[in-house]
Write a protein that binds this ligand. Sequence first.
Ligand code: GLP
Length: 241
Amino acid sequence: MRFITAVDRERLEKKLAMMIAAQVTRKPDSVLGLATGSSPMNVYKRLVELYRQGYVDFSEASSVNLDEYTGLHPSDPQSYSSYMNQHLFQHINIQLERTHIPSSDSACMEAECARYEALIQRLGGIDMQLLGIGRNGHIGFNEPSATFPVATHVVHLDESTIRSNAQYFESAEAMPRQAITVGIGTIMQARKVVLMAFGEQKADILQQAFFGQVTPEVPASILQFHPDVTIVADQAAMQTI
Ligand code: GLP
């Protein structure tokens, strides 16, 4: 487990963008596991800048996103599909047919989970998985539970997740209660994992996840067993470590 830290979040966002660009430069047909939420927004902005400056070429790369809310059409402005188009895909030369996000408005969610999991395996697994962390320790939308869910599945969102993410919807009621997420097993199979955490509101969970017991009650704690994890966190998030 490696930690990269700085007082200044902006420097870390640049660093994260460079790590992704370096991965794609080293292996042009990389499969990138991508995250949403507020943490990666400026990372994607920096990555777009690197692309515009000619430092990185995504023409052979593929991407698989971690998760998607259920019941939202991909064109819904709150969907993670819209998020990815807005913040990254429409600004770089990745081929859109090589970008993948679970389809959460599909009629049979179980079939969609199986399709998405098979797709990741068919792509040869994830080369670099970018992760944020929920305040309850969730990664993707793998919420605290009694066991670590292995593969892509449907989840009921925690009350704390609904409270945190409701800010992106018109009201808490408008926010979906379910999502599709890749599993903990899918994430653990990624060859490289990069987790980002910014701000003091992530300090307690960072301490629990990486210096506490490995338990499905803190889903990110499983990463203590991953052979190649880098945690990129600002000083505010690192204050209890
Ligand atoms: C969201 C996403 C996660 C994300 C996490 C943290 O619910 N499903 O993939 O990592 O919560 O979000 P943020 O970066 O906004 O703190």
